[in-house]
Structures are given as C-alpha cells and as structure tokens.
Write a protein that binds this ligand. Structure first.
Ligand SMILES: *Cc1c(COP(=O)(O)O)cnc(C)c1O
Length: 434
C-alpha cells in the first residue's frame, strides 16, 4: 500500500513509514493511493466466515504488497480475540455491538491492530519504540489494552487527574508491565502539550524512538473497515438494502465504513450522526464546512468541533460535496432526545445503550421514517453502556443498572499511577530516567 498526503499528492510513504509517523511531514493525512476491491466470491460467501477470516481477507486485499499472507494471518489472530456481533432489536433495526474487546469500546479494533502491526515491523527491524499518548478517557484505555505485553513497545499514558471516570482511570492504571500511567495535575490540554513538546525535544529523541498512537494513524483506520464487512455478512440474508448509522466525533469510524464501501461492500447509505456538535451534518446540509469550538454533551466521546478525519472522509469522494451528500445523510440530536431514546428503547425492548449508541439509533429511526424503500438498518454501538453508568442511570431514572462482571472486577483492582506536575522539565526527567 502506497500512501500520499492529502496536502500534497507527490508526498508519498510506505505503510511502515505511515504507521510510525502517523502524520505526513506537511501535517496532511495519509490516504491510500489506490483502493483495491475484494472479490465477488468473497462477498457472496462472507456469511460463512468468522470475524478473523473476514479481517484476514480484507487486510490481505489492502496489504498484500507489504506483508506476506501467512504473517498477516498471524497478525490478525494475535490482534482479535473478540467478535462484532449484530443483535436484532426491532424488525428493521439491528445493533452492531463493537464493545466486546478488552476496553469495551470500538477503539479496541483500531488499537489492537495498530499494536500488532507496529510490533510486526519492529521485530523485523529489531527496533524498540516508546509510545506517548495523552488521553481524556476512552482512547487511553483502548491504547493501554491494545499495547499491553506487545513486544518491542512500551507505552506511557498521560491523563488529567480527576477528569476521567473511575472505570476509565482503572483501565489506564491497573495493567502494569509495559504500560505506565502518569496522572497529571492539569487538564487534557496540558497532557497533550507535554506529549507534543516531548516529540520536539532533542535529548528525548536521541535516547528513544518516540511514536504516537494518534487516532488518525492509518493503522487504526484499516481494521475499522473489517467490522462493516462482518456486520453486512450477518444481515445480508434479510435481502434489503443495508444502511449504517454511525455515531461520530472525529469521523474515523465513518471514514472506515467508506473505505469498506470503496473496496466493494454494497452499502446503500451511511448516516453521519452527531450530538449538538454538528459541523458535519451542517456541512452535508449547506456545503459549507465551519469548524467551531466543541460544546459538552452526555455523549462526550463525540464532543468534537473540528473533526480530524473530515479531510479524509471527503477525499474518498474527490472532495465533491454533491458526491459526499449522495452517500452520507447527516442527523444530529440533543441530550434530551438522547436520554429519551435510551429510556424508550429500554422500556419497549429491555435493550440498554450508551449515549453514543443512542444517537446512532435516533439517526437510523429518522432516516427510515422518510426513506423511499424498506431497508435493513444497522446502528453502531461504540461502547458498552456500563462505561457511561451515570448517564444511563440518570436517563433511566434508576440507580440499579447492572454492571458486567469484567468492569466490576476492574473497579476492585488497585490503581498504580505516577503523579506528575504539568511542567515539561519534570516529565522529561521522568522519561530520561525510566
Ligand atoms: C471515539 C468514540 C466515538 C467517535 O468515533 P469517531 O471515530 O471519532 O467518529 C463514538 N463513541 C465512542 C464511545 C467513542 O469512544
């Protein structure tokens, strides 16, 4: 796979370069130069295959020039020991549950594959790297779990003290081994500033190979396309056009769906659904992209005012608004509507959703209410509801929402974190000594 920068088509990179750099030197985004399609046989027989069979076939189609098939198979097997099941909810609505991985959120797919891919290249080149990540919650959990015990890689996670949920903090601080958590006396922006400065520091870069696990890394996008194929395989017997409703913040998830469609997955329509941070639904409406500061909502993993994958998403359609609009319909909902949807679906069916999932559910319902033909709707569930327990309890009006065993066990584990000021000198000393 050859990649190019969205800012300069002549600035190219190999897969290995793109994975370790995350961003091209001109601060564009890496895009695949050519998108190969999967075979008609594969699409026909997909419903007989497991998640890993599908992940292998799709990744082989994309990466066969970079990684021999047997190595790729091993890499996929190492990355994924969890599935992406589709659960029927109502006659025309199905939930794609993406929370069966180690951190119980969809970011596990990206983090696990990126970790496996980086490790594969590092073992071959006999290098070691040190990953630095700043997190406001969910990304850190997925990265910590994704890179845990992965050879040739150590991970340092910086999180703002007192500003992540209990479950999120435990996911960052209870692993040990090659994962170190730094509890920073500051905000998420302070954490991010420390990481940025570390990448510019000569002493640190002389001593270590530093890398980021940035969400726009191409190695996180590729594996997210796998579950669109896997979902389609589970609903294709219903025989109706398939629509995917994607709860969106930085639009990596939706961009991966578009990648799947470009590879030949016959998707009828994508729904880009947001909370009040609705710059993309507005763009789909008017053609004008107007980023603005984000506002806080109960679906806070989607509180994004200037989505980092916007340029990638539109590039898939040659930057043509009319073409983007043809394939993607935009919707947005406020917190009141989101809570009502969580409550209403639970009352009618017993199914519990996290607030992000509820936003996608609402988008699907709005689309199907006016669609010109019956469709099979698949709404993506990006996190287990128990990761947002307070919001769910508040929406349902009860403190008795059950927590799965895995999360409950996590809450009992002791937290291990290193306290850190927000001064760069302290952070640098820590890194140089550890
Ligand atoms: C990150 C996240 C999202 C948003 O996904 P994007 O790829 O940034 O659009 C939605 N829901 C949850 C639970 C998340 O953690």
């Amino acid at each position: 796979m050859i990649l190019y920068s969205t800012k300069n088509a002549h600035l190219k990179a190999s897969l290995e370069e793109a994975v370790f750099r995350s961003l091209p030197p001109d601060n564009g985004l890496y895009m695949p130069e050519r998108i190969p399609t999967v075979s008609a046989d594969f699409l026909r027989q997909m419903d007989q295959l497991s998640f890993n069979d599908i992940a292998f076939e799709v990744s082989k189609t994309l990466l066969e020039d970079d990684i021999p098939a047997a190595d790729l198979r091993a890499l996929v097997e190492g990355a994924f020991d969890f599935d992406a099941p589709v659960v029927p909810i109502e006659p025309e609505s199905h939930c794609l549950e993406l929370f069966h991985g180690p951190s119980m959120a969809f970011k596990d797919f990206g983090a696990r594959f990126m970790a496996a891919l980086m490790s594969y290249f590092l073992v071959r080149s006999q290098k070691e790297i040190r990953i630095l990540v700043a997190t406001s919650g969910d990304t850190g959990g997925a990265v910590a779990q994704g890179f845990y015990n992965v050879p040739n890689i150590s991970v340092t996670i910086l999180y703002p003290s007192g500003k992540v949920s209990d479950i999120q903090e435990k996911q960052l601080t209870t692993l040990g081994g090659n994962v170190k958590a730094l509890e920073v006396d500051g905000t998420f922006d302070d954490c991010q500033a420390l990481v940025k400065q570390a990448f510019l520091d000569t002493d640190l870069n002389t001593k270590y190979n530093l890398a980021s696990a940035n969400s726009i890394n191409i190695a996180r996008l590729i594996p997210q396309s796998f579950y669109y194929f896997r979902a389609f395989a589970q609903v294709k017997h219903l025989g109706k056009p398939v629509v995917f409703s994607v709860p969106s913040g930085n639009f990596g998830n939706l961009s991966a769906g578009i990648l799947a469609a470009k590879m030949g997955l016959p998707v009828h329509q994508f729904l880009a659904v947001t909370n009040r941070n609705n710059v993309v639904p507005s763009y789909l409406d008017s053609g004008a992209y107007e980023p603005r500061p984000s506002t806080e909502t109960i679906s806070n993993a989607m509180d994004v005012g200037n989505p980092s994958n916007f340029v990638r998403m539109t590039r898939f359609f040659g930057d043509e608004w009319a073409s983007v609009k043809n394939h993607i319909s935009g919707y947005w909902f406020d917190d009141e509507q989101t809570r009502a949807a969580m409550r209403d679906l639970h009352t009618r069916t017993g199914y519990l959703m996290c607030p992000h999932t509820a936003v996608a559910y609402l988008g699907l319902k709005a689309y199907q209410a006016t669609a010109s033909q019956p469709t099979t709707g698949v709404f993506l569930s990006t996190a287990h509801y128990a990761k947002f327990l307070n919001v769910v309890e508040d929406a349902l009006g009860t403190p008795d929402v059950p927590i799965p065993e895995r999360l409950a066990a996590l809450l009992d584990k002791p937290k291990v974190a290193i306290s850190m000021s927000k001064s760069f000198d302290d952070f640098k000393q820590y890194l140089l000594q550890s």
